[in-house]
Design a protein around this ligand. Structure first.
Ligand code: TYM
Length: 335
């Protein structure tokens, strides 16, 4: 991946549950589409995942499965880097240094911290609080140009840019300042039962609220059939129509059609017919990924080979930035 002038993409996903359709449309689908134009680095962010209690055996399995899923959507480990965050120790090292360049006032404003501490009131740990600093380190270690994420990560990208700018203003141009890449239609996929809140892979209360990438086709269609709508019976976007707007967004994002095109396509349709079409489109998109996943997840040796080779390649790049950073802040440099 070196030797050309392509820009660098970095993104990561937590192995904190089976990825949802929101994770796919907000992030994974774009990772796949951008890989011809950029040099890409994609991680399973397992260090982020332990900010919430995880079962160790499950976490290890889910981490491997997430890497298998990256392969199943068509990310190419020969041309790009696919790795597990905890396999590259530079992440922990840079996070500490960057902690010393981040203000508590900035971290206090993070909405994800507020949401997660409300959800896990018995475990508001310091890792949850400094999570955005670890994330900033992920991105900055690789001198990333672009970070494809869903809208919920926008605030974390902003703090990353602020931290990098602050460090650069003291020590010169050490870090590249990254830009977020947030898709139009898929940026914020909402829950099917509660379209006021984002669809989340770590949801455990209501399975009908979330479509998981690995849900069976008939399960996907049934969940969409049961999605809440409204009594107006017209398929169109509207602030007063969060359920229908969400399904239109899902359809647009899956098919690549513009929101206007999708709206026009369903003019005059009843909700039943519309939902059927959305279900068909989602299944058509996910079925090939699911069958690939069956193959990759059964081949543990191959997946682990990708993880090990990815970690080596990632560590090589990360170490370059880390060495520069350590030198700048005044840590020993040996002859
Ligand atoms: P995570 O694991 O929560 O989510 C992974 C990606 O999926 C996007 N996403 C959504 N997009 C649209 N609609 C939704 N309902 C939806 N839910 C999730 C997220 O925006 C994200 O892009 N902190 C990150 C992981 C991370 C990271 C990084 C990302 C760690 N280091 C460095 C980018 C760069 C997270 O928790 O993602």
């Amino acid at each position: 991946m070196s030797g050309d002038n392509k820009k660098i993409i970095y993104s990561a996903m937590q192995p904190s549950g089976i990825p949802s359709l929101g994770n796919y449309l907000g992030a994974l689908k774009n990772w796949k589409n951008l890989q011809d134009e950029y040099n890409c680095i994609f991680a399973a962010a397992n260090m982020h995942a332990i900010t919430v209690r995880q079962d160790p055996t499950e976490l290890r399995q889910r981490t491997r499965d997430l890497i298998a899923l990256f392969l199943s959507i068509g990310l190419d480990p020969e041309k790009h880097i696919i790795y597990v965050q905890s396999d590259v120790k530079a992440h922990a090292e840079i996070a500490w240094i960057l902690n010393c360049f981040t203000y508590m006032g900035e971290l206090n404003r993070m909405t994800q911290f507020k949401d997660k501490s409300a959800k896990h009131a018995d475990n508001i740990n310091a890792g949850l609080y400094t999570y955005p600093v670890l994330m900033a380190g992920d991105i900055l270690l690789y001198q990333s140009d672009l970070v494809p994420v869903g809208a919920d990560q926008k605030q974390h990208l902003e703090i990353c840019r602020d931290i990098a700018g602050r460090f650069n203003s003291v020590y010169g141009n050490v870090f590249k300042i990254p830009d977020p890449y947030i898709p139009k239609a898929g940026a914020r996929i909402m829950g099917l039962q509660n379209p006021e809140k984002k669809m989340s892979k770590s949801e455990s209360d209501n399975m009908n609220n979330v479509i998981y990438i690995l849900d069976e086709p008939n399960v996907i269609k049934n969940k969409i059939k049961r999605a809440v709508t409204d009594s107006d019976a017209e398929v169109r976007y509207g602030e007063d129509k969060p359920g229908i707007s969400n399904l239109l967004n899902i359809y647009s994002s899956v098919t690549g059609k513009s929101p206007e095109e999708s709206e026009a396509e369903f003019k005059g349709f009843g909700y039943g017919e519309f939902k059927e079409a959305v279900g068909e489109a989602v299944v058509k998109e996910l079925e090939p990924i699911q069958s690939k996943f069956k193959e990759y997840s059964a081949d543990r040796a191959y997946v682990e080979k990708v993880m090990k080779e990815g970690a080596e390649k990632a560590a090589y790049i990360a170490q370059k930035t880390l060495s520069k950073v350590k030198k700048k802040v005044g840590f020993p440099v040996y002859k």
